[in-house]
Design a protein around this ligand. Structure first.
Ligand SMILES: *[C@@H]1O[C@H](CO)[C@@H](O)[C@H](O)[C@H]1NC(C)=O
Ligand SMILES: *[C@@H]1O[C@H](CO)[C@@H](O)[C@H](O)[C@H]1NC(C)=O
Ligand SMILES: *[C@@H]1O[C@H](CO)[C@@H](O)[C@H](O)[C@H]1NC(C)=O
Length: 414
């Protein structure tokens, strides 16, 4: 019975918060989400066919496969974890067949391995798969998640009531104050009432110009619809993302969606590009496969120390951005040449977007920040080896890149 005042408080909080002038402006927690998340999520591997054993298997594989040592932390449960009706106190109830020890039972075991636990809900009347969602029940749901030991919330965008949808553009183009923005702000405010820091992913599929307000509301925000294990998806989400790189920094990350490494028919070169691009754009990297099925080569990709160090750099929050490789270089969509800074120096990433092996080249002085004088050394981030030779600012660097592959370099002054 002690929970009843909580429910009433939740209801009155929400009813008072439906217009842009009364909606909460609470910022997201600054105790979590400074760097892009590294973890795993159930959806791409299992969709609704989830249970405690599969979630704990992934957590244990984080240890046995070296993923935890590489920096992976989050074990996230996606849609379909609950039963369809709330209990008499209004709380969402974990499905007792899938999760006989509840979500808190799983979370305890995940925490005992030194990892963090994520859950899923939706800013509408039901989740995408038709389970209870959190629009209008943000406070009780945030409190329930916190009481279970949840550290991360993926907050989806299905089943939006008609009066919560948006016109093509809100007044003044102000999407923070749109109905979409307010639906998410209500959850940010609810999460701020619990003592546990909970990282918030705004899973709004690249709508409502979320990159313009995402960092005021959550820690990451989805840039597109759902991933598929295809080269065309990797190219399409990169194309969306390259137009919005200026909003990425500490505490705010464009989410290019969960990883497909290990799924479908991606080649090993395409998997390298998938991982490298998510790393150099500082997207959350949430593996989305049965980890026990990953090959040695795939594990080497997702645990590559140098790409993960770029992604998790404690001093530099900005992503790599496209640059013009040499004067008169052809343009492609998405671009093939990217550069960015890390604590170690300047990096160059080159993607062969074409369907056959090709020679790619760049001039050192064209790489932003390297300048027009001095000698340079090139280090291969995939192999951890320095390339032989030194280069001058006017040197042209040439490399043969396999179809759909990405090379990754650290360039330092000699
Ligand atoms: C973190 O947020 C709290 C609460 O809003 C604020 O008091 C504090 O100054 C913030 N800390 C930093 C380092 O921004
Ligand atoms: C939509 O209608 C519901 C139910 O009446 C109400 O609680 C909510 O505040 C409304 N939303 C907006 C944006 O007006
Ligand atoms: C993978 O290739 C097989 C055989 O060509 C095809 O049947 C299947 O649909 C492909 N899977 C995906 C996810 O593209």
């Amino acid at each position: 019975m002690a929970v009843i005042p909580v429910i009433l408080a939740a209801a009155s909080l929400v009813l008072a918060q439906v217009t842009s002038s009364t909606a909460p402006t609470t910022p997201p927690s600054n105790q979590t989400g400074r760097l892009p998340a590294l973890g795993w999520n159930t959806w791409n591997a299992y969709q609704c066919n989830i249970n405690e054993a599969k979630v704990l298997a992934a957590a244990n594989q984080f240890i046995s496969l070296g993923l935890k040592d590489a920096g992976y932390q989050y074990i996230n449960i996606d849609d379909c974890w609950s039963v369809k009706t709330r209990d008499s106190s209004g709380r969402i109830v974990p499905d007792p067949t899938k999760f006989p020890n509840g979500i808190n039972g799983v979370a305890t075991q995940v925490h005992n391995l030194g990892l963090k636990m994520g859950i899923y809900s939706d800013a509408g009347t039901a989740t995408c798969a038709g389970f209870p969602a959190s629009l209008g029940t943000e406070l009780i749901d945030a409190q329930t998640f916190a009481s279970w030991g949840i550290d991360y919330l993926k907050y989806d965008n299905c089943n939006i009531p008609g009066n919560w949808t948006d016109a093509a553009s809100p007044p003044g183009g102000d999407w923070y104050n749109s109905n979409s923005g307010i639906r998410y702000r209500q959850m940010t405010a609810a999460l701020a009432t619990v003592s546990r820091p909970i990282q918030l992913d705004i899973c709004i599929w690249g709508t409502a110009q979320v990159w313009t307000w995402g960092a005021r509301v959550g820690h990451s925000w989805r840039m597109s619809g759902d991933a598929s294990p295809t080269w065309s998806f990797i190219m399409s989400v990169m194309n969306i993302n390259v137009a919005h790189l200026d909003t990425i920094d500490f505490f705010g990350h464009n989410d290019m969606d969960m990883m497909e490494i290990g799924n479908g028919n991606l080649t090993i070169q395409e998997e390298r590009t998938h991982f490298a691009a998510w790393a150099f754009f500082k997207s959350p990297i949430l593996l989305g496969t049965d980890l026990g099925q990953l090959s040695t080569d795939e594990i080497a990709i997702v645990t590559n120390k140098e790409l993960l160090a770029f992604h998790q750099d404690a001093n530099i929050g900005t992503p790599a951005k496209p640059f013009t490789a040499f004067s008169g270089a052809p343009t492609t969509s998405p671009p093939e040449f990217y550069s960015g800074l890390s604590s170690k120096g300047t990096h160059v990433f080159i993607i062969n977007t074409g369907s056959s092996t090709a020679t790619k080249k760049f001039t050192f002085s064209n790489v932003p920040g390297l300048g027009t004088s001095g000698n340079f050394k090139v280090h291969d981030m995939w192999t951890g080896q320095d390339l032989s030779g030194t280069f001058t600012a006017s040197s042209s660097f040439s490399i043969s890149v396999a179809a759909h592959d990405t090379v990754a370099y650290l360039i330092t002054k000699v």
